[in-house]
Design a binder for this molecule. Structure first.
Ligand SMILES: [Zn+2]
Length: 78
């Protein structure tokens, strides 16, 4: 069973919970305050987005860097 990360919108605590893939989109109960917690956006999801979408940091794409407000992201550490 895969492990998913959740963050509680009430007490901001983060926790992991193992659950079936079929329930991956369902909110999990926070172990501290027992409120429903939403699943964190994992690095896997971000990785998938960068594949399907256009990467923002491609040189010569014309898009400016969001962190340094420069058009050339080679100056950024990212
Ligand atoms: Zn909580």
């Amino acid at each position: 069973m895969p492990i998913y990360e959740y963050v509680c919108s009430n007490c901001k605590s983060e926790f992991e919970q193992m659950r079936p893939l079929s329930q991956s989109g369902d909110p999990a109960e926070c172990p501290l305050c027992h409120k429903p917690a939403k699943r964190k956006i994992s690095t896997f999801a971000a990785f998938t987005t960068s594949i399907s979408g256009v990467p923002k940091s491609v040189p010569g794409s014309g898009s400016s860097c969001s962190s340094c407000s420069s058009g050339n992201c080679s100056t950024c550490a990212s």
